[in-house]
Write a protein that binds this ligand. Structure first.
Ligand code: ADP
Length: 490
């Protein structure tokens, strides 16, 4: 099938979180099973700096954006290792910036304009295709406008006219809501500026366009697909999502085992698998040395990696840390984000020499922390899928997670009798529940090495790879395409 993917990130060309991992990994795995996959991305500064061997696909694409016409170039890159074709929308005024969406935690003021333009450009570039696209798959609010543009037929290239649309919600907390004055830039007919269209509490909402106008709506775990139908996790959209639930499915993200594999990971100092788990101790010792902790194998090393955000429970971690750090543990947190929580973490690390806060986005270090840690914490208030707990499982690192979204779908509590399970899960979200789950993990690490080993090997033996999860998308695309065929023949 011909699949056109439209997103604001794909690893390794651009990434701020799990969206970038998922778009890159899914595209490569779809290509591997025989699909023709074309991915449209903005040409950011970080992408330029990769110095890819690109070709110019279209030198002068003119995109209507409200009253003005915006010019851009379309650059094409055929990824040699995967055969996925990447199309980069180049407009330096919009995308040649230090970051993707914000600087110093402040959003770029023209984000609405940037991504409305991007969606329109992504649809227009299909004019140069010499085939019909079967599926247009767009992701999150930044590409949310695509299904409405498609439904309204706004300047629709004929190559797209037979396509079906899929929209994936990676995080409903980010909605792309902007003042109604931006509506005219979208190019949509005036009827779309209504509650049946993309209007949301007198604003426009780019994620609403994806929810309402896609043929199929997906999110990144089964539990999250249920949670977003409730007021607590629906962020104002739960009613609409309940209305659309017949077209909603949850598909767990996978992990890319070419990148995340303790047997071959190029970022870690020594390699190990379930049969050679003892070697993990060398990774631990090397990281302890690197971050100035004593090289002590007996002290449990607790790791955490993510955006520093209220969603991720970091405010709660900061509150309980002084109590936790009085025990004999080492803890390392890697991340960037909320300035107030970052300040608190810096402050705590000045008082406790068994706590390190590394305030950076550092891919190699993220691999080293996952490989070296004994315990990995993901106490998110909500977590649509979460990838780091699956990386932790693969690297024999015990997850301690809040039972929400994809964390609940992937982590099973330990049963000491049957020796089944793969981690520690707490609920409800609270300081007490989190602390007690963490201390249960520490107690098991200290007191029962056999059960500890059994449980981490359970996790290492699980299959969370895209190799098989890709088939859910393959089947979804096929069934959508068949609906089309039925309509034509019936
Ligand atoms: P989210 O998409 O909500 O940020 P996920 O767990 O789905 O969370 O994905 C986060 C991705 O970003 C993972 O690949 C994780 O390793 C990576 N990541 C997050 N923070 C950092 C950081 N500071 N340095 C390196 N990688 C990071």
């Amino acid at each position: 099938m011909h699949i056109l993917t439209i997103a604001s990130e794909a690893h390794p060309y651009s990434k701020t979180g799990g969206l970038g991992d998922m778009v890159g990994d899914l595209s490569r795995h779809l290509s591997k099973i025989g699909h023709d996959v074309r991915v449209v991305l903005p040409y950011y500064r970080c992408t330029k700096e990769k110095n890819l061997d690109i070709e110019i696909q279209t030198d002068d694409l003119r995109v209507n954006s409200g009253e003005k016409t915006v010019q851009c170039r379309i650059l094409k890159y055929l990824e040699p290792s995967s055969s996925v074709r990447f199309f980069f929308v180049e407009n330096d005024a919009y995308f040649d910036r230090p970051e993707l969406y914000n600087e110093n935690n402040v959003d770029y003021p023209d984000n609405a304009e940037r991504f409305i333009f991007f969606c329109n450009a992504a649809m227009q570039l299909a004019k140069s295709f010499d085939f019909d696209v079967d599926i247009i798959h767009s992701h999150d609010w930044q590409a949310g406008l695509v299904p409405a543009l498609f439904k309204a037929g706004v300047h629709l290239p004929k190559q797209l006219s037979k396509a079906k649309t899929v929209f994936t919600i990676h995080n409903l907390g980010y909605q792309g809501n902007y003042p109604m004055s931006y509506f005219k830039m979208t190019g949509l007919p005036p009827s779309y500026a209504s509650t049946q269209g993309i209007e949301f509490y007198s604003n426009i909402s780019l994620i609403k366009s994806g929810i309402v106008f896609s043929d199929m709506l997906t999110t990144v775990s089964q539990k999250y697909a249920l949670e977003i139908q409730s007021p607590e996790f629906g962020f104002g959209f739960d009613g609409l999502i309940r209305e659309k639930r017949n077209k909603l499915i949850g598909i767990l993200n996978g992990i890319d085992e070419n990148l995340w594999n303790p047997l071959s990971d190029p970022f870690i100092s020594c390699h190990f698998g379930a049969d050679s788990i003892e070697t993990k101790a060398i990774c631990k010792s090397n990281l302890q040395r690197k971050i100035n902790f004593p090289q002590d194998p007996k002290t449990p090393l607790v790791g955490g990696i993510s955006r520093i955000a209220y969603q991720k429970g970091h405010d709660m971690i900061a509150r309980v840390l002084p109590g936790i750090l009085s025990s004999d543990i080492h803890m390392v947190v890697l991340g960037t984000g909320d300035p107030e929580i970052e300040r608190q973490f810096h402050e705590i690390s000045r008082h406790y020499n068994n706590f390190k806060f590394i305030n950076a986005f550092d891919e190699p270090l993220s691999h080293q922390i996952i490989a070296a840690s004994d315990i990995f914490i993901v106490p998110s208030r909500y977590e649509p899928c979460g990838l780091t707990q699956m990386f932790a499982l693969k690297y024999g690192t015990m997850p301690v997670v809040h039972a929400t979204g994809g964390l609940d779908d992937t982590i099973k509590n330990i049963d000491p009798i049957t020796e089944k399970g793969n981690g520690f899960k707490f609920s409800p979200f609270s300081e007490i529940e989190f602390t007690s789950a963490l201390f249960r993990a520490i107690a098991l690490f200290d007191k029962d090495k056999n059960l500890w080993k059994k449980i981490i090997v359970n996790g290492m033996d699980e299959n969370h790879s895209w190799e098989y999860r890709v088939m859910h998308y393959h089947n979804l695309y096929r069934s959508l395409a068949r609906q089309e065929t039925k309509k034509i023949t019936g």
